[in-house]
Design a protein around this ligand. Structure first.
Ligand code: ADP
Length: 295
């Protein structure tokens, strides 16, 4: 399948422009939508998921005009929203059975097979009879994926799914997501660069409603080969370095400020050549240094 987003724009209550002329092309596999909070990721996801209108632009899922054929799209869609509430006093098994019923699976036996299969897939089979209110954050997210998978969707949208998960839960969740991508389009929104480098074959960086970069993570990193240099400086020196170099990120470690700069060749001045990472790509487009600019 192909998903084509063309010149999508959205302004909230005549003020906040959440999407500015967004165009993207996606095919089967995991697509990461990476950007800081407030970038417009959820707005884009909700629009693709037919839950809100855009002001301008079009979206096509193969031949289907998404914004005009909501019903058709919803039959192909699995969605895990950012704020995913669960009914606390119902078990995972009963809830999934109910969702399958809502999605039109009439026969009890068929529903049972689907529900058992999904519970096994997301590794909640043993806990299937427990009420959802007793689940940990990671278990709830895995349940969220199970409910999104009812009906074999061809387009799966997961909005900030790893926020709030501890490292072990995040890993378990990565393993689950990485199995989904082969025959479906999976769009994953996140502000965590590691989510994209671990999972995604393609990604876009979005900030203030604009697509700043789109491509595959490996090429993006390779394009910075030989251009990233780092140095530990005193915090008071940052203004000088900001003026003299293109500082893409700063990190405080043991009282020293570790800066990374992008430079066409070795800048000298005790900088060390560094292997580029996807985080460098991200910070080349979305600066994290503004906190230090006025020091
Ligand atoms: P992200 O998912 O990347 O954090 P959002 O799409 O939630 O970004 O938000 C993009 C911008 O639109 C933000 O400035 C946010 O405050 C604003 N916004 C989001 N939803 C609404 C809404 N319903 N009404 C008004 N402004 C909104």
């Amino acid at each position: 399948m192909k998903l084509k987003i063309e010149s999508l724009s959205k302004t909230y209550s005549g003020k906040v422009q959440a999407l500015k002329n967004v165009s993207l092309s996606l095919s089967n596999g995991m697509f990461g939508l990476l950007g800081p909070n407030g970038a417009g990721k959820s707005t884009l996801m909700r629009t693709i998921a037919t839950l809100q209108e855009a002001d301008h632009g079009e979206i096509y899922l193969d031949e289907i005009n998404v914004l005009k054929n909501k019903k058709e799209v919803r039959q192909l869609l699995g969605y895990l929203p950012q704020e995913f509430g669960v009914y606390p006093k119902i078990s995972a098994e009963r809830m999934l059975d109910h969702i399958a019923q809502l999605k039109g699976v009439q026969q009890q036996g068929e529903r049972k097979d689907i529900v058992q299969g999904l519970l096994q897939k997301v590794n909640l089979y043993k806990e299937r009879k427990k009420n959802l209110g007793t689940y940990s954050g990671g278990m709830k997210q895995r349940f969220g994926i199970a409910q999104a998978l009812v009906g074999n969707p061809k387009l799966i949208i997961v909005d900030e799914p790893t926020a709030g998960l501890d490292p072990a839960e995040r890993n378990r969740f990565y393993n689950l997501l990485s199995q989904l991508g082969e025959n479906t389009i999976v769009i994953l929104s996140t502000h965590i660069v590691e989510d994209v480098s671990t999972l995604c074959s393609n990604f876009a960086i979005i900030s203030s409603g604009e697509v700043l970069y789109a491509g595959d993570p490996e090429n993006a990193v390779n394009s910075l080969d030989g251009k990233i240099f780092s140095k530990a400086i005193n915090q008071s020196e940052i203004v000088f370095y900001q003026q003299e170099y293109k500082v893409i990120s700063t990190q405080l470690k043991s009282g020293k400020l570790h800066i990374r700069v992008i430079h066409e060749s070795d800048p000298g001045n005790d900088f060390t050549a560094s292997t580029p990472s996807l985080e460098d790509v991200y910070f080349t487009h979305v600066s994290n240094t503004s906190d230090f600019i006025n020091m």
